[in-house]
Design a binder for this molecule. Structure first.
Ligand code: ADP
Ligand code: MG
Length: 485
């Protein structure tokens, strides 16, 4: 086989989490509502109604543009994209791709051990269509709850060269969007969806290959699989000296294949024209306002975690990447700071909490396939647990059991420690007494130790732990035992 290279561009739809829809007052959160209950004359496309743009949606689109270092033109325009489909009652969609609110911009990604900048072509704001539901007797039913919900479409340049890069880009973008708080970007609920554009060419060829578009992928896994499949399909065609047809294909997840949907010749002519019912939107005031609202972004957060807490890059990035995890972590640390003893060592606690989250907490979440948002352990309880370990109230091993119960019941760490009678014996007088008893009962072992038999020490510790039902603080036991011997 000859050597080929792959080119990928993405078009990503994200549903903004505004209260109301893009051009009317209907509720924007209608996923679970009965069909056609979150509707009004505007989003049902009744004649004579007028659209009123959602200010929050415009603000957030510009916020996203600023977070991606894009250019915000002084004004942008809504336009009509005309096509007929039963889930689109007006027979046009209001969009803004021709004079969009956001132009260019880029996002840095780290894929395959390398840093890479993926450039954006533009971002536009539009309204979504409704949904068709096919029932058992083959009727097509229309549900307009989703009609008119606000979408941003993020269009990248063809800057990615592998499925891995495309996946990492999509994940980084999702993380950024969630940091901005403008969408839940929850793929299961369909509020983040991907179209991929894939082409293959001979390595070093000047012209890009013919692109194929695959629409409506709604998980990272599907995105990755669809790209890998297309890559191979197109390579095989080129290898057979056949041409790749420019077309739109769909992804069949159960078959693991893309299938042709329509060719370029059948492409729609959308007859775009400016939306006459909405004036141009001036952006300068919005840009000023949004610059003040830009929060700390994931990559900045990771850098701060490295310098403030002394984390290695990997730990810092994995924690900073997820806004919910990052906020949970810092809240926990705040609680620790408020209630730990005076000798509070921030970096030490930070490492303990972060590692605990990365292993135990994430482990439990995976085990139970729970979402982070569903977790019942409050940050203050997490803080309690970290302090209990650090101050030797319980051992690391006991902490795992305590945490398991915290995770299950949402109870506080100290309450569980108390309940289970887990408290370690740290009272030195009490321990001295028990240790002396063990030494008196084992004169031969003591003799062995004095003659240089190291193992004897471990045996004695074992006896002491058994006598205290594992509740003796190992550190203190070691100290006293050494002294006595
Ligand atoms: P169209 O006119 O068909 O909409 P665009 O040029 O607007 O095509 O690009 C749409 C998407 O396809 C963008 O994300 C872009 O990066 C990507 N793209 C364009 N050309 C190629 C190509 N040859 N291979 C892969 N992706 C491409
Ligand atoms: Mg285009």
């Amino acid at each position: 086989m000859r050597e080929y290279e792959t080119t990928i561009g993405l078009e990503i739809h994200v549903q903004l989490k505004t209260k109301s829809k893009m051009f009317c007052g209907s509720d924007n959160f209608s996923v679970d509502a009965k069909p056609n209950t979150n509707v009004c004359p505007v989003c049902m496309g009744f004649p004579g109604t007028l659209p009123v743009p959602n200010v929050q949606a415009i603000d957030w689109t510009i916020l996203l543009g600023l977070a991606l270092n894009a250019e915000i033109p002084k004004e942008f325009n809504f336009e009509r994209k005309n096509y007929f489909y039963p889930d689109l009652p007006k027979a046009y969609q209001i969009s803004s791709a021709t004079n969009p609110p956001v132009i260019g911009g880029s996002l840095k990604i780290f894929a395959g051990g390398e840093e890479k900048e993926v450039h954006l072509h533009h971002i536009h704001l539009e309204e979504d269509a409704g949904k068709l539901v096919h029932d058992k007797s083959d009727n097509a039913l229309v549900d307009l709850n989703r009609a008119g919900t606000p979408l941003v479409e993020i269009v990248t340049e063809p800057d990615m060269a592998s499925a891995e890069e495309a996946k990492v880009f999509a994940q980084s973008l999702r993380s950024l969007i969630r940091h901005l708080g403008i969408s839940d970007a929850n793929m299961e609920q369909g509020n983040m969806r991907f179209d991929i554009n894939v082409s293959v060419r001979k390595k070093g060829a000047k012209e890009m290959g013919t692109k194929v578009e695959v629409k409506n992928l709604n998980s990272f896994k599907m995105l990755e699989r669809a790209i890998l499949f297309e890559e191979q399909r197109q390579k095989d065609l080129l290898e057979d000296v056949k041409k790749v047809a420019q077309e739109t294909r769909g992804w069949d997840d159960s078959k693991g294949k893309t299938l042709s949907q329509r060719s370029k010749e059948e492409a729609n002519d959308y007859r775009y024209f400016p939306e006459p019912d909405i004036p141009s939107i001036a952006t300068q005031e919005i840009v000023k306002k949004m610059k003040d609202q830009l929060p700390e972004l994931p990559q900045e957060k990771a850098k701060r975690f490295e310098s403030e807490y002394g984390f290695d890059k990997r730990l810092a990035e994995s924690l900073a990447d997820d806004i919910e995890m990052a906020e949970y972590f810092e809240k926990t640390l705040e609680h620790v700071e408020n209630s730990a003893k005076d000798s509070f060592d921030k970096r030490k606690y930070a490492k303990r909490v972060a590692n605990w989250m990365a292993t135990e907490l994430v482990g439990k979440l995976n085990e139970t396939s729970n979402e982070f948002a569903e977790i019942r352990v409050e940050p203050e309880n997490m803080a309690e647990l970290a302090i209990a370990i650090e101050e030797g109230t319980i051992s690391g091993k006991q902490a795992k059991d305590v945490f398991a119960e915290m995770f299950e019941t949402g109870k506080g760490a100290l309450a569980i420690i108390e309940e289970k009678g887990m408290k370690q014996i740290t009272d030195t007088d009490a321990l001295e007494k028990i240790i002396q008893e063990v030494l008196d009962a084992n004169p031969k072992v003591v003799e062995d130790f004095k003659n240089g038999k190291e193992k004897a020490f471990g045996f004695l510790v074992g006896q002491i732990m058994a006598k205290t039902h594992g509740q003796a603080n190992p550190k203190i036991v070691n100290e006293i035992l050494k002294k006595k011997l």
